[in-house]
Design a protein around this ligand. Structure first.
Ligand code: ARG
Length: 604
């Protein structure tokens, strides 16, 4: 926001150091939080240390030397437009703004840029984010929701920071779980599937759990039960074999049931406003992955133990020359020549870089697959795939409910759609009492925005590596770190602006040359941090940073709202300045919510 002043001062510092033969280190600027005035600062310690290393300066201690340089630089800079004063303190150069100008600048910057406020400069790199990749033949549960929301928000942040961004999905559409559902369906439920995209998805989950129970060995089985179970098991295995050999009946069964899941997935992604650019499928990288294994064997990176009845393996630690157990030994092809999950990830990584020309590849996948990704990336490295170092696994924890951990195999999961429906229902019942003046249809739309906002924010306000215990009552609260609390700040800003339209006030030019309240200062300060927060969240792959920031921003606005009069202000200039501040806050909150994949309602 203050690049111009910063650059001007930086140029003067450089000029001075060059003229005086001082080995200037890179200048790192830090904002100075409000302390009577806003400012930014840099230190000369590194420069002083450089000088000492070169044997210059008659052994003056580094802190003293830094202070000397700061003082000289200060004199050299003189006065700069928009800057109130400059200090040289303890080796630092502190540059302060005139408060009114700073405030004005922040507010103007937000209002001029609108939806683009906070956006980073365009970068040359392309980043691929892979997420929203549940296995097919199951229903979408709350854990998948965490995955999808984290991935989408990361993609939005990276994109807004200025990178070209590709959103990718990679559903697991083959394997034993898939075959299990197909077998049960074919055997017991053919053409009994319920109508409705979500009902059908949920039903598949139910029959999957039933099948698991049927195929599980029980204690005290009678011989008949054992025989029955083994017969079922043989049928399932036979179906798997037929799938592998491309049997037309089984393939058709697969295509149809797979499409049911994908339809449900697409519908949920639509509800979450997620638009995937590239769909990869496990089934499509199966064949290419086998070719990679062939090469790994030829190049002696993999050991083929199939002749001895074993699989194809890569002794990763040994090949890397590690003496301690770290990446261990990974199986990359079964004895019967079928690929594994790991095998397919080798081909997938290659496709991502080669077909889509990405520079970085992020995988949003839960923490249980950490070793899997470390192994995959290391095998790629051993294979000589340079971009392996540009692959990054963004891991995250479980979503549990107050009742305990989920298991798809046992059918004990909390479905996203159920929680979604419940959240909206609850908001709607409150709204029905509170907002009678809003037409029913409108109310329904708002309830969806709030219910979903609550759900989404609760998935973002916990650090990735921590588990979430999802409590719907907490998520829906209008107080504390919740989606509705932030949305409500937007609504309040909007209501002030709406009311102002009936008054003789406008959003035209106004100045902040009055004594700002501490709430105004805090609000301006929060807004000024928006661009850095975007940058930081995107560089560190941490949506949490944006989630926390949005809360702080909303909090600053709520405090302002409670303490500072806007429309009741006598002084026309102050009133108009505050109105502009409110308009800027509304915009900044809307932008933050958008990055968090949360809607910003106008009323609620
Ligand atoms: N489908 C997998 C699962 O549900 C996640 C896929 C992760 N991505 C990958 N490239 N392996 O566990």
């Amino acid at each position: 926001m203050f690049q111009k002043e910063q650059q001007l001062i930086e140029d003067k510092v450089k000029e001075f150091c060059k003229a005086n033969d001082i080995a200037l280190a890179e200048l790192k600027w830090q904002p100075i939080p409000f302390s009577g005035e806003w400012g930014f600062a840099t230190s000369f310690f590194q420069t002083a240390a450089n000088e000492a290393k070169l044997g210059k300066g008659n052994k003056v201690p580094v802190p003293q030397k830094a202070q000397e340089i700061a003082e000289q630089v200060k004199v050299q800079i003189g006065s700069v437009a928009g800057i109130s004063h400059i200090e040289a303190v303890k080796g630092y150069l502190n540059v302060y703004f005139k408060t009114s100008e700073y405030a004005q600048r922040v507010v103007d910057e937000v209002l001029t840029n609108g939806a683009n406020f906070g956006k980073g400069a365009a970068k040359t790199e392309t980043v691929m984010v892979e997420y929203a990749q549940p296995n097919t033949h199951h229903s979408f549960h709350i854990g998948h929701a965490r995955n999808t929301i984290l991935g989408e928000v990361l993609a939005r942040l990276v994109e807004f920071a200025g990178y070209k961004t590709i959103r990718a999905s990679y559903p697991g559409d083959l394997g034993l779980g898939v075959i299990t559902v197909m077998w049960t369906y074919d055997k017991f439920y053919k053409r009994q599937e319920p109508a409705g995209v979500h009902e059908r998805g949920q039903w598949m989950l139910k029959i999957y759990a039933e099948a698991t129970a049927l195929l599980e060995k029980k204690e005290n089985e009678t011989p008949e039960q054992t025989a029955q179970r083994e017969a079922y098991e043989a049928e399932r295995r036979e179906m798997y074999r037929k799938w592998d050999t491309g049997d037309e009946y089984v393939r058709e069964l697969w295509r149809v049931t797979r499409e049911w899941s994908l339809e449900e997935l697409r519908d949920i992604l639509h509800m979450l406003d997620v638009n995937i650019d590239v769909w990869f499928y496990e089934s499509e990288v199966d064949e290419p992955s086998k070719a990679i294994i062939k090469e790994l064997i030829e190049r002696k990176i993999a050991d083929d133990e199939r002749a001895q009845g074993g699989p194809v393996i890569v002794k990763i630690d040994e090949k890397l020359g590690l003496t301690k157990d770290k990446y261990r030994t990974a199986v990359v092809l079964r004895n019967d020549g079928t690929s594994l999950y790991l095998t397919k990830d080798l081909a997938l990584a290659k496709d991502k870089f080669e077909k889509y020309h990405v520079d970085r590849s992020i995988y949003v996948v839960d923490f249980r697959q950490s070793l899997h990704f470390q192994q995959a990336f290391k095998i790629l490295e051993l294979w000589g795939f340079k971009q392996a170092e540009k692959c990054y696994h963004l891991s995250y924890g479980y979503v549990t409910l107050p009742e305990g951990v989920m298991s798809a195999r046992k059918g004990r999961v909390t479905l996203f759609k159920e929680v979604y429906d419940e959240a909206i229902k609850r908001v709607l019942s409150v709204e029905a009492e509170k907002s009678v003046d809003i037409p029913a249809e409108e109310r329904e739309k708002i309830a969806t925005q709030i219910g979903l906002g609550a759900l989404v924010y609760s998935m973002l306000c916990v650090d990735n590596n921590k588990d979430i215990v999802f409590d719907i009552n907490e998520a829906l609260s209008f107080d504390g770190k919740t989606g509705p609390y932030i949305q409500n700040a937007h609504v309040r800003a909007n209501s002030i602006l709406k009311k102002s339209k009936g008054q003789k006030s406008d959003l035209g030019p106004s100045t902040f040359d009055y004594e700002l309240t501490k709430q105004e200062i805090e609000l301006i300060e929060q807004m000024s941090q928006f661009p850095q927060k975007v940058e930081q969240a995107a560089e560190e792959y941490r949506p949490l940073i944006m989630a926390m920031y949005a809360y702080d921003l909303a909090n600053a606005f709520h405090s302002f709202y409670h303490a500072v009069p806007v429309l009741q202000t006598e002084d026309e200039n102050v009133k108009n300045a505050r109105l502009r501040l409110v308009a800027a806050a509304k915009q900044a909150i809307a932008n933050a919510l958008r990055l968090l994949d949360i809607q910003a309602p106008e009323v609620m």
